[in-house]
Design a protein. Structure first.
Length: 607
């Protein structure tokens, strides 16, 4: 007996995909329609899904099916569609006050009985759904009775690729990626990278019919999250080219991703950054950052410009500018460094340094340096060095200006200005202006100006000492040709002038004086000892000799006073004029006086 209502089946997808070992689900829609000219009154409609595992079953898990009723047209009553009392049976009915009531379907009225989330079994083939109806009416009118009907649907392997997925969506190593999908074996497959290029890898058949897999070649796996695209084409579509075919995508993530660059508009949160090439790393702590190389040694900081409050590092290399409140490094290399507080380093190399204090145990190299205090093993400054105090083993600089104490083992400068300089070794400069200088050896090619100077060995072109110059071991003065002009000698201690001695003021000698050349004095001459002059003696004013005077021509334009005797001799001959006791005696010849002769005694004797 045929049913009074008409039944049709529509599935989604159509046909339902059946793939052994591959999960697949679908929806079965049973369309119920009254095709009579008169109303049909139905009390119940049972849809039975086969559950026997003989290849004709719809699903292996009937409990997972979600039934529902979709009203297409207006129905006076409110029927439901739910799981029935037996496995695989789903019943549509209308109950009023606990009793099943008939539902009127006018001509042309329809509804849909929906079986959703059906887990489709893996075997391909046709599936029969049994329909059991309890109804009456129709055209011609039929009495109420139970009638049976059957509808068929198909389960088949997919004709297009499906279920494209990664075996693991998160991997430690990109080479461990394994992509899986299902699809016909007669399609051409490609796996594309995000940029559209074909990924380098190997295809393989899966363990189940219609299953496929792909893995990247060694060393070509993703370094970070990557979306792969599966392209499937028929042979005809492949030959034609273009964008025809099927396209599916899936994404794989890498646990430790690598990026060529990272741009964060807000922040990057990470405890450590590691270099994938050399193994160096930067780690973050509660107080700052630590830089280590691959061997876990303190690393090197390279920067164009660094502005820091406090720098503590083994080695810092800054190509442009370093600005910090304090800096403590083993080795610092910078184009320009400005440290408001102390700079502490084993070695430091700058183009320009401005610092509160600098303490460098090794080499200090700079084009210019401005400091409150500099302490360094050695300092090499090509330009200007300005400091309040400087304490160095060795300083080489074009120009140094130290307002306070300057201390060094050796110093080589073009120009130095300092309040006080103490150099235990060699002090070399073009010009030097100092309040006080103490040095083992000083060589100044230009002018040395000092308030006080204590020097073991002094070699200079010109010196001006405003206070006192003390020479402990002797003085030698050379002319431009290297000839000795003046020197001090021992045994007995004396000063020897090789050449002419010109005294613009008074000349006072408290011991024996020997002049091998001419002695000329523009002022008075006072000698308390013996005077030996090989040539002439010229005195512009008075001359007083407490001892003996031996000379050639004597010219005194002022007063000549001899407290003992006065004798005038011919060259290597007899005397011609002398004093004798209380008399003045002329030996022979005439006695000419151009001016006046004053005689305190009243006696005048002429022979």
């Amino acid at each position: 007996m045929s049913s009074l209502l008409t039944y049709e089946v529509i599935t989604n997808p159509s046909p339902l995909v059946a793939q052994p070992g591959v999960p697949s689900s679908g929806t079965v829609n049973v369309l119920v329609t009254n095709n009579h000219e008169k109303s049909v009154f139905w009390k119940s409609i049972d849809v039975t899904v086969p559950v026997v595992s003989d290849g004709t079953e719809l699903t292996d898990d009937v409990q997972a099916i979600q039934p529902s009723l979709l009203r297409v047209d207006d129905i006076l009553d409110d029927p439901t569609f739910d799981a029935g009392g037996s496995p695989g049976v789903f019943t549509a009915e209308y109950r009023w006050k606990g009793k099943r009531r008939a539902v009127e379907f006018e001509p042309g009225v329809s509804m849909v009985l929906v079986l959703a989330d059906v887990p489709v079994s893996g075997a391909e083939g046709l599936v029969r759904l049994k329909i059991t109806e309890v109804a009456s009416g129709g055209d011609p009118a039929k009495s109420q009775s139970t009638r049976h009907h059957a509808v068929w649907l198909q389960k088949a392997a997919s004709k297009v690729p499906a279920n494209f997925r990664a075996e693991q969506t998160l991997v430690d190593d990109g080479d461990d990626v394994r992509l899986l999908w299902n699809g016909p074996d007669d399609l051409d497959y490609q796996v594309l990278m995000p940029d559209g290029s074909e990924a380098s890898g190997q295809f393989a058949a899966g363990s189940l019919p219609g299953s496929h897999e792909w893995s990247p070649d060694a060393g070509t796996g993703p370094k970070r999250g990557t979306t792969y695209t599966l392209v499937a084409r028929t042979a005809a579509e492949t030959s034609q080219g273009g964008d025809q075919g099927y396209f599916l995508t899936t994404t794989v993530h890498v646990l430790d991703p690598e990026f060529p660059t990272v741009t964060a508009t807000t922040e990057v949160i990470t405890p450590q950054i590691t270099d994938t090439v050399n193994g160096a790393r930067v780690s973050f702590s509660a107080t700052g950052i630590d830089i280590h190389d691959a061997a876990n040694n303190r690393g090197t900081l390279l920067a164009g410009t660094a502005e820091l409050v406090d720098v503590k590092t083994t080695t810092a290399e800054v190509t442009a500018g370093l600005t910090a409140d304090t800096a403590t490094v083993t080795t610092l290399i910078a184009g320009q460094a400005q440290v408001t507080g102390p700079l502490t380093a084993d070695t430091a190399t700058f183009t320009s340094l401005t610092s509160g204090t600098a303490d460098v145990t090794g080499q200090f190299t700079a084009a210019t340096g401005t400091l409150n205090a500099l302490t360094s093993g050695t300092a090499d400054v090509t330009g200007q060095l300005t400091a309040a105090t400087a304490a160095l083993n060795s300083l080489t600089s074009a120009q140094a200006q130290v307002t306070g104490q300057f201390t060094a083992d050796t110093a080589t400068l073009s120009n130095v200005t300092a309040a006080q300089a103490q150099v235990t070794g060699q002090f070399t400069a073009d010009t030097a202006t100092l309040s006080n200088v103490t040095a083992a050896q000083v060589q100044v090619t230009g002018r040395l100006t000092a308030a006080g100077a204590t020097i073991t060995d002094l070699d200079l072109t010109r010196a001006q000492v405003t206070d006192r110059l003390t020479l402990r071991n002797g003085l030698t003065v050379l002319d431009g040709s290297g000839n000795v002009l003046l020197e001090t000698l021992d045994g007995p201690p004396r000063v020897v002038v090789h050449g002419q001695l010109d005294a613009q003021g008074a000349l006072n000698a408290h011991g024996k004086t020997t002049v091998t050349g001419v002695l000329a004095a523009n002022d008075n001459v006072y000698i308390n000892g013996v005077v030996n002059i090989d040539n002439d003696l010229k005195v512009q004013h008075n001359m007083r000799v407490a001892g003996k005077v031996q000379t050639g021509e004597l010219t005194v334009r002022g007063h000549l006073q001899a407290n003992a005797h006065l004798t005038v001799r011919r060259d290597g001959g007899d005397w011609i004029f002398r004093t004798h006791h209380d008399r003045v005696v002329a030996n022979a010849g005439n006695f000419h006086v151009m001016g006046m002769i004053s005689c305190r005694s009243r006696e005048w004797e002429q022979h």
